[in-house]
Design a protein around this ligand. Structure first.
Ligand SMILES: Cc1ncc(COP(=O)(O)O)c(C=O)c1O
Length: 382
């Protein structure tokens, strides 16, 4: 099988733990097990959890609690995996055969594109664009990308890296495009619940069309990436197919993951977790935006609607991969370049701001030095 390098994950795997300032992370400061269970939790009861195999599809209670977050979904519409990444893997593996094409929104987390090329026949992209301080979906490109050969249309909503949330009209357009050719929609909604301004979760694709698979998990809005819990919500027949494929990857979630996910997905606990995530985002974003504003002669920035990530386009004579590499080497700060989100010529940078903001600002001060140097070089050039 011809498999593209998943450049962003590879880059992060190599360097996130080696730099002094890792601003490549897209989530918020993780919760501890104690934060999750609460100060009066019976820690002994948790310690007594038997580390046997959990049910392969996740326990009925865990799946029921996940289903509650998707109006109209029931236990049989849910199966649990190890992380959102395994959810995406199992879904695309289950959906795509060799003659099938995937229509894929960019910019995006590029796992879907790599898997679309590996499992299917090829990938057709359609874009998010920004103008006048607002992102929007290019509807003409969407129409062109979705053809009779398209088996699935994949979106990431809320979007990584832009933090954009599709409007209702844009969601309708994605559904209409898929419906026109009988394609599936795969909606990676792992940032849903991490809204910057709103106190309610962004809309889900679940319930808008009968051929929808939602992929999600506890890693981003739920602040528990180390638990490695992901899930899929889909019509029962598709869930059965995905579950069968799970037998070939990791068999089951972990027992700790299943149990803690059951606890986290109780509606009241879930909303408390989102309140924590949103309060971190709201506390940190002004400092991040203040810093971005000091570069408004070279940055074009659109405020995210969700997620602890800020994306800027920049106007400097250097490609994003090379710029990020220079910043890493000179300043020991790790960012993610626009190139790694499918924007080949895009001169963009993604900054994570969901962790210790004072530490983040120190990292950004180092980025200032590199940017100043590049400007100097530009002025010195003939
Ligand atoms: C859109 C998106 N989906 C999935 C993942 C992977 O999630 P997990 O860490 O739960 O495997 C990420 C991680 O960055 C992501 O941004």
């Amino acid at each position: 099988m011809d498999l593209d390098l998943f450049t962003m994950e590879r880059y992060q795997s190599l360097y996130w733990h080696e730099v002094e300032y890792d601003l490549s992370e897209s989530g918020v400061r993780p919760m501890s097990i104690r934060d999750l269970l609460g100060p009066v939790a019976d820690a002994e009861a948790f310690m007594a959890t038997s580390l046997g195999y959990p049910l392969s599809e996740g326990s009925a209670e865990t799946r029921a609690n996940i289903a509650q977050w998707y109006p109209g979904a029931a236990v049989e519409n849910v199966t649990v995996a190890n992380g959102g990444s395994e959810a995406n893997f199992l879904t695309l593996w289950s959906l795509l055969d060799q003659g099938d094409r995937l229509a894929f929104m960019v910019p995006n987390y590029m796992q879907g594109k790599g898997l679309g090329r590996a499992f299917g026949k090829g990938v057709d992209t359609f874009s998010l664009r920004h103008s006048e301080g607002r992102w929007h979906l290019d509807l003409d490109q969407l129409r062109e990308a979705v053809t009779k050969k398209t088996k699935a249309v994949m979106v990431c909503n809320p979007n990584n890296p832009t933090g954009y949330v599709l409007s209702e009209a844009e969601m309708d357009a994605v559904v209409a495009a898929a419906e026109r050719v009988g394609a599936w929609i795969v909606a990676d909604e792992i940032y849903r619940g991490a809204e910057v301004d709103a106190d309610v979760a962004s809309p889900t694709f679940w319930g808008r069309y009968d051929k929808v698979v939602i992929t999600s998990g506890l890693s981003k809005a739920f602040a528990m990436p180390g638990l490695r819990v992901g899930w899929m919500v889909a019509p029962h027949k598709m869930i059965s197919k995905i579950w069968e494929r799970h037998d070939y990857t990791t068999l089951t979630p972990s027992m700790a993951g299943d149990q803690l996910c059951r606890f986290a997905m109780q509606p009241e606990v879930r909303e408390n977790i989102f309140a924590r995530t949103r309060s971190i985002i709201r506390a940190n974003l002004p400092a991040m935006e203040g810093w971005i504003a000091t570069h408004d002669d070279i940055f074009t920035y659109v405020r995210p609607a969700a997620g602890a990530i800020a994306y800027v386009d920049y106007n400097l004579p250097v490609r994003s991969g090379a710029l990020v590499e220079r910043i890493r080497e000179q300043a020991s700060v790790l960012l993610v370049p626009g190139e790694m989100f499918g924007l080949k010529k895009g001169k963009g940078l993604r900054f994570g701001f969901g962790y210790d903001i004072e530490h983040t600002m120190k990292g950004l001060a180092r980025v200032d030095e590199v940017l100043a140097e590049i400007r100097e070089e530009g002025r010195a050039a003939p």
